[in-house]
Write a protein that binds this ligand. Structure first.
Ligand code: CP3
Length: 358
């Protein structure tokens, strides 16, 4: 009788995504899509036509619902919390609107403004995010873990100082040179805040944590070390002792991959410009890779999309430690059927590869 009480193997085994993050052998390559909860989905647009974006992020019920939308539609291997990198900053009293990117009412340009920033207390300042994490966990199947996330301090600085999305983020980059001490202080304040924020998400139930350095490509290695790496390390210092995989994503990060190698994370997210084999050489064998199909490839005819996916799988190599993803967020114009075909092809093709090599 005792044997009957044992849960089936599938229930006790960690999900494939989490095993791949730890570079363990997996039966197929797990896949999820950056920005998978969002505007390319008709069910998201439907809800969004009735509810403002900020309201979606501040309602635990609605944020949980939008997080689950792509998971209901596709056999994804992970969910990512629906929120925004700017949400915790609103919790720290920064006034902003989304149009559609974040626009800050009073951009930060002085040391005095940096000093006035309060610490983030997640349970007090963003309780709805933690509540959304709990709700999502209650509704996700065991095999689909939830990723919590935050913006990296330098990327947040870009929006806070420039005040709006931009190609060059001129005011933010000149701030690094004109007021380096204030910039370092801002990086440290944001690093502590995002460390506390991610820790709170893990404590609420997030099973992996991802840090988005979306503007890594703006910096030369020297400035990347001084500001971006400093901030990322400060975030990671706040996560010591947590038993969840940590993912660092650097958009346009080829020139700074050697610097990224020094980060104590389990996984590095790679943009589509950097071949995974090149990232692997720069990072060494101790990190898993996540990526990196060009989001534009989803507009290719079916056979061409498959060939592009096969090329990414081949670049990742036969060893463990690859999570398939796009190289940056999915475009709002993408056909959801192309996403279905992508996920199916990654799963079947990688499972075949495993069989062939064993
Ligand atoms: O599915 C998911 O990935 C979860 C949700 C998510 C959003 N933003 C929702 C969102 C995540 C992980 C983010 C992170 C984010 N936000 C980043 C880092 C990732 C990246 O793409 O580099 C950045 C730089 C932002 C800032 C931001 N927020 C921008 C530039 C924009 C507008 C343009 C865009 O890509 O959508 C937003 C708004 C935003 N964040 C939307 C969504 C679904 C669109 C808002 C709407 O519905 O009108």
């Amino acid at each position: 009788m005792a044997a009957e009480l044992k849960p089936p193997r599938a229930v006790t085994e960690p999900p494939v995504f989490l095993r791949a993050c730890r570079r363990e052998a997996v039966p197929y390559t797990p896949v999820w899509i950056m920005r998978q909860a969002g505007r390319y989905l008709p069910e998201y647009r439907e809800l969004r036509s009735k509810v403002d974006f900020v309201q979606l992020t501040r309602s635990a019920q609605l944020a949980a619902e939008v997080t689950l939308q792509p998971v209901r539609r596709f056999p994804l291997d992970a969910a990512i919390l629906f929120s925004d990198i700017m949400t915790p900053l609103q919790g720290m009293g920064i006034e902003l609107e989304f149009n559609p990117g974040p626009v800050v009412r009073e951009p930060i340009r002085t040391a005095k403004q940096v000093e006035a920033l309060p610490a983030l207390v997640p349970t007090r300042d963003v309780p709805f995010v933690l509540e959304a994490v709990k709700l999502v966990r209650q509704n996700l199947p065991h095999g689909v873990p939830l990723i919590g996330f935050a913006g990296a301090p330098f990327t947040l600085l870009c929006y806070l100082v420039c005040g709006r999305p931009s190609k060059e983020f001129g005011p933010a980059r000149s701030f690094l040179y004109s007021q380096p001490q204030a910039a370092e202080h801002l990086i440290d304040v944001l690093g502590d805040a995002m460390g506390a924020y991610l820790r709170a998400q893990a404590e609420a139930g997030a099973q992996a944590l991802m840090v988005f350095e979306s503007w890594a490509g703006l910096l030369a290695p020297r400035e990347f070390r001084r500001f971006a790496l400093r901030g990322a390390k400060r975030v990671l210092a706040g996560l010591k002792g947590l038993d969840v995989p940590l993912i660092y994503y650097a958009n346009d990060g080829a020139a700074v991959m050697g610097e990224i190698a020094s980060l104590e994370v389990d996984v590095v997210g790679v943009d589509w410009r950097t071949p995974l084999s090149v990232a692997r050489r720069a990072l060494g064998p101790a990190k898993a890779l996540q990526g990196n199909l060009d989001p534009a490839a989803l507009f290719a005819p079916a056979a061409e999309l498959q060939a592009a996916i096969d090329a990414v799988l081949a670049e990742a190599g036969p060893g463990p430690g690859h999570i398939f993803n796009l190289g940056h967020g999915i475009w709002p114009e993408t056909d959801p059927d192309a996403v279905a075909r992508l996920i199916d092809h990654v799963h079947t093709q990688s499972a075949r590869g495993v069989k062939a090599s064993s």
